[in-house]
Design a protein around this ligand. Structure first.
Ligand code: UD1
Ligand code: PEP
Length: 417
């Protein structure tokens, strides 16, 4: 178990470079299972979740080498399609191997995935879509067994634009016979990145970024060399870090368009945001203004930024209202922020945040990845020291966050206990 000792009150000033996107890298690594050969992925972030996906690919028989941010995957040895509960439970995104395994081997057996406790997160849409493509699904003792003689292209309508279901079904359709159309598909930038990677391997996928994705099945794929997009949630977190510490930070390696919802909300809160090419400069010298936020599928405000924005709004002038519409259990940071002196009330999906003049450090605990990030931000803005437990959650999605912040003025020490 590891913890952060954070001394608050230091202003962040300088440049931070954003790493490759976790949520783009994970499906792209899973998609390599569609291939019988080699691929190279660049811009791969050093994250715990990426480590788990690497272990999963190796467990299935792939060879994976990873140096700095370049990963080589050779899938020629893959011959096993049965994933143990231990591996599946370590990460939610491990469910993304289902589509590629069924597409290539016509069989997969995986246990239900684990991950952060932010909601029930069922897989009904993934499974319904696969059934429409001719896959038999059995659910037994917490395992999903997916089997088919032949995957057939199909018309699929998603009841909600689930990111994971869209990705799993796109991957399942790549080697299916005929055409698949996914309607009400998720439109997140990571879906476009997956489409680009699949097409780089010789797939025929169109429409990612819109609500209709069309996949024409192909007979086989070839190797690819691909660079993943920068992580928009990491970038958004740094933007809030600059604002909450009343700092001035240049954030590089970003695609500003992916950050539109975050940039707009920060500007509404009075934060100075300047966009230039692949950089964003964020500066703040006063208290933020209260704003309302509703989390929505892309291009709406991302649920993965809700806890971080809440941390900022605890110190705003006035009262903010936050509605979390994606995950039913994504307010676990509220209790911890209250322990630091924040004034927040939660009723159902809504949190009412009354701005306070200051928050103070204490002993708090990360309950999940973004809750942990929000607590780091709050601790950097607080009047004294904070001890943050369970930072392993933060390592799931941020590459040595303390090093990035310490390099521009923060005081964070990682303690191994
Ligand atoms: C690895 C990755 O990319 N993770 C992201 C992905 O998660 P993930 O792909 O799991 O999120 P989804 O878009 O699938 O989930 C959105 C909502 O749909 C529900 N749902 C989903 C599938 C299904 O079969 N049935 C169902 O009811 C979920 O419980 C949730 O309430 O998108 C989320 C929403 O932007 C982000 O917070 C996660 O960071
Ligand atoms: C919820 C997240 O990830 P996952 O879907 O992998 O749990 C996240 O990145 O905030």
């Amino acid at each position: 178990m590891q913890r952060f000792m954070i001394t608050g009150g230091y202003r962040l000033a300088g440049t931070i470079r954003v790493s490759g996107s976790k949520n783009a890298t994970l499906p792209i690594m899973a998609a390599s299972l569609l291939l019988d050969g080699n691929c190279t992925i660049r811009g791969v972030p050093r994250l715990r979740d990426v480590e788990v996906m690497r272990e999963l690919l190796i467990y299935l028989g792939a060879s994976v080498s990873w140096e700095k941010d370049v990963m080589h995957i050779d899938t020629q040895g893959v011959g096993y399609q049965d994933v143990s509960e231990e591996l599946m439970r370590r990460m939610r995104a491990s469910n993304l191997v289902l589509g590629p395994l069924v597409s290539r081997y016509k069989y997969a057996r995986i246990s239900y995935p684990g991950g952060c406790e932010i909601g029930a997160r069922p897989m009904n849409l993934h499974l319904k879509g696969m059934q429409a493509m001719g896959v038999g699904i059995k659910e037994k003792f917490g395992y999903i067994i997916a089997e088919t003689d032949k995957l057939k292209g199909s018309e699929i309508y998603l009841d909600m634009p689930s990111v994971g279901a869209t990705e799993n079904l796109m991957m399942a359709a790549v080697l299916a016979e005929g055409n698949t159309v996914i309607r009400n598909a998720a439109r997140e930038p990571e879906i476009i990145d997956l489409q680009n990677f699949l097409n780089c391997m010789g797939a025929n996928v169109k429409g990612a970024g819109t609500d209709t994705i069309k996949v024409t099945g192909v007979d086989g794929l070839h190797g690819a060399d691909y660079t993943v997009i920068p992580d928009r949630i990491e970038a958004g977190t740094h933007m809030v870090a600059a604002a909450i510490t009343k700092g001035d930070v240049l954030i590089t390696n970003v695609i500003p368009e992916h950050l539109d919802p975050v940039i707009n909300k920060l500007r509404e809160a009075g934060v100075y945001v300047e966009v230039k090419d692949d950089k964003v400069r964020v500066a703040m010298d006063k208290k933020p203004k209260a704003i309302d936020i509703k989390t929505m599928p892309y291009p709406g405000f991302p649920t993965d930024m809700q806890p971080q924005l809440m941390a900022l709004l605890t110190l705003a002038e006035g009262t903010s209202v936050i509605s979390e519409t994606i995950f039913e259990n994504r307010y676990k940071h509220v209790m911890e922020l209250r322990r630091m002196g924040a004034d927040i009330k939660v009723e159902g999906h809504t949190a009412v945040v009354r701005g306070v003049t200051g928050i103070s450090g204490t002993l708090v605990e990360a309950s999940d990845l973004r809750a942990g990030a929000a607590l780091v931000l709050a601790a950097m803005a607080s009047e004294n020291g904070t001890v943050l437990d369970q930072v392993d959650y933060i390592d799931r999605g941020y590459e040595r966050l303390e090093n990035k912040y310490n390099a521009i003025g923060a005081r964070i020490i990682r303690v191994h206990s």
